[in-house]
Design a protein around this ligand. Structure first.
Ligand code: AHR
Length: 677
């Protein structure tokens, strides 16, 4: 995914030859360098995190053990199972997300061993973890134990350290040892092995460091009895010692680094529909997601799997801090997910709303309160005495209708009264505005579309009300008509992003969604970053995000584009027309450069005559970064990660007017050192 540097001055062999464009120009781009427009906010490009597609558990969260707390089959109060379905108290149906009592775990008995593993609820570790696993060996045989498969395998690397921790107890005064090993996929090789000499008495925490000798991305954790007896286990956790920024309970370094490389202006968390939940109680419960992992209560995730909440409220804020992103915290507004819970949705009403509002205020106090405040003290006790800063709170996610109209003002007033500096965000569409008794400071627009729609929206915010609420485009992506995502989709997103950047006096923030996909569990058709246990790749859309972020100007430059239109019907049913060229100029004050972003979504070269009106002292050479491919359906995959990656080159600048040849299916970003007259 590195940036290849090609000098077109030294070599004209590149298929993208721009050093002296020849042939008839088919487009003109006129940039008014002398009259910079509005400033581009540094929050414009951010990231959206949601626990979907195993984005956290089995993804960014570095925990290697699946179902470490043995609660993956636990139903919340009032839920019931019926065959392959689970039903909420109000009758909303979801597919049962487990097929046995102990997902992720299997019992192993070899060479005449006789024993069992079972999920038990007597004498639990604590209220949040009502189940434990009992491992019993009656006859040891060759081996008698349990195996955890991780999330589609554990990535164990030679020479790396792994930290195991668990809680355990025995009964009747038994003192028993356990042997723990990291084994390769088929169990034929042992990478690390160690013994816990004595487990005894009531619940206690045990830790063990394992040093791996062999590498296998699909390794397993094996826990074996050493003598006959029974041991109860809970919160069995295995972390690589090498986490992002070396935080305990930390993040997978490669995935976190990919986020850092986007230099996001903000991090939106925790979603998405998980904010709302399939019931209100099932919405993100921040208080269950802080502190020692053995004290956290996980739960069903609206996207169809169990979530440990190991990646919790504080970990999100720590991540934002680590990558220099501002915080956008999305709160549940006393309503379950209207899009997914099927009617009847659940609404917290009457007297029940006040404590619910208080939950949100408590969250903000946990984040920002001084250490002598109730919740600030808890944050300090959990290892972060310095306050975080919550700049934005979104009131609900994709909520609407009468209930939202009446809940929104309650939350707005409570938050603004205590935290006037926080900018609140309301859910879009704002058609309920007449019902809203409080101002809308900013609204959240979402778009999941086919390519033609974004081409057609190239100027959709040009006429946005400059006196109305600011806009946060909180979720957007091309996820229709592009398979699992392809370059064409990414290019039409780039055209849409030109629209956002041009109108960034109104559109102050935007985040692509969803962010992550474990390729073994896709809940959403198209996602930005793909990975398995050991590999990760940014799709072409990721490259677009990265390029826009790295080339965010300080000010927009008025830009006029005259380009022919061509018919287009890829990925959609009806034919439409698209431009051969879309472009936007910007001014980078710090570096003294004109930045020109240009999308050629067609399958032919397009030469454009470019005029930089009012530019002087132009350097003789500019830099071009081009993301493109001969095929619009090209895409990066885990097996072929470098199909669509940016290529950097240099081109000769002959003056304020020059021609440039834009490659087929490409996003090109030109940077030209200049002075504005
Ligand atoms: O990004 C996936 C989902 O799309 C989000 O959870 C939700 O807000 C939207 O419907």
């Amino acid at each position: 995914m590195g940036l290849a540097v090609v000098s077109l001055i030294a070599s004209c062999q590149s298929p993208i030859n721009n050093s002296a464009a020849t042939g008839p120009a088919t487009a003109t781009i006129t940039v008014d360098v002398a009259h910079p427009g509005h400033a581009v906010p540094d929050t414009l490009w951010g990231i959206f995190f949601e626990e979907i597609n195993h984005a956290g558990d089995g993804g960014l969260y570095a925990e290697l053990v699946q179902n470490r707390d043995f609660e993956a089959n636990t139903l919340a109060d009032g839920w019931r199972l019926d065959g392959t379905n689970a039903f909420t108290p109000l009758g909303a149906r979801v597919t049962k997300w487990f097929t046995n009592d102990l997902p992720g775990w299997s019992y192993v008995a070899e060479g005449g061993a006789d024993g069992e593993m079972a999920q038990e609820s007597e004498n639990p570790l604590n209220e949040q973890n009502p189940h434990s696993l009992r491992l019993t060996a009656r006859t040891l045989g060759k081996r008698c134990g349990i195996v955890n498969s991780g999330y589609w395998g554990m990535n164990v690397q030679a020479d790396a350290w792994y930290d195991l921790s668990f809680h355990a107890r025995t009964e009747n005064g038994q003192r028993l040892a356990l042997v723990v090993s990291l084994e390769n996929d088929d169990g034929s090789k042992i990478s690390a092995r160690a013994t816990i000499p004595e487990i005894s008495g009531n619940w206690r925490a045990y830790t063990l460091a394992l040093h791996a000798r062999l590498s296998d991305p699909h390794a397993h954790l094996v826990i074996e009895m050493v003598e006959p007896g029974s041991i109860w286990l809970d919160t069995v956790s295995l972390f690589p010692r090498d986490t992002f920024k070396h935080h305990p309970n930390g993040l997978r370094p490669d995935l976190a680094q990919m986020l850092a490389d986007l230099h996001p202006g903000f991090l939106r968390f925790p979603g998405g529909c998980v904010v709302e939940g399939i019931t209100v109680q099932n919405g993100f419960r921040w208080k269950d997601s802080i502190g020692d992992i053995s004290q956290r209560r996980g739960g069903f995730d609206v996207w169809g799997y169990y979530n440990t909440y190991g990646l919790g409220f504080q970990e999100y804020m720590q991540l934002a801090d680590d990558i220099g992103a501002k915080l956008v915290y999305v709160i549940n507004v006393g309503m379950s997910c209207q899009a997914r819970s099927r009617q009847p949705g659940e609404v917290t009403a009457g007297d029940a709303l006040a404590p619910h509002v208080q939950e949100s205020l408590d969250a903000i106090e946990y984040a920002m309160g001084p250490t002598n405040s109730d919740w600030g003290a808890k944050r300090a006790a959990n290892g972060h005495p310095d306050p975080f800063k919550v700049d934005y709170v979104e009131i609900g996610n994709e909520n609407n209708g009468t209930n939202y109209g009446s809940h929104y003002p309650v939350y707005y007033q409570a938050i603004k009264a205590k935290y006037p500096g926080i900018l609140t965000i309301a859910d879009a569409p704002p058609r309920n505005q007449t019902m809203l008794a409080s101002p809308v400071e900013c609204r959240d627009d979402h778009f999941y579309v086919e390519p033609a729609r974004f081409f057609g929206m190239a100027h959709s915010y040009d006429n946005a009300d400059r006196n109305g609420p600011k806009v946060y485009v909180g979720e957007y992506a091309v996820n229709r008509g592009v398979g699992r995502g392809n370059l064409l989709g990414a290019l039409s997103e780039a055209v849409f992003m030109l629209n956002l950047e041009r109108n960034s006096d109104v559109v102050i923030m935007a985040s692509y969604a969803p962010l992550f996909e474990n390729v073994n569990k896709r809940d959403w058709p198209v996602n930005l970053i793909l990975y398995d246990s050991s590999r990760a790749v940014g799709r072409s859309s990721y490259q677009v995000q990265k390029m826009f972020s790295a080339n965010r100007p300080d000010a927009v430059l008025p830009t006029q584009v005259d380009a022919p239109q061509i018919p287009f019907n890829v990925g959609q049913t009806n034919q439409t027309n698209i431009n051969q060229i879309y472009a936007l100029g910007g001014w980078d004050r710090k570096s003294g450069e004109v930045i020109l972003k240009v999308v050629n979504p067609t399958s032919t070269n397009v030469t454009a005559n470019i005029s930089l009106n009012g530019a002087s002292n132009l350097a003789k050479q500019g830099t071009a970064t081009t993301l493109g491919n001969a095929s619009p359906t090209a895409e990066n995959t885990l097996d072929n990660p470098n199909v669509v990656v940016p290529v950097e080159s240099h081109f000769t600048v002959t003056g304020a007017k020059f021609a440039y040849n834009f490659a087929p299916n490409s996003l090109t970003i030109l940077r030209l050192p200049a002075a504005a007259n």
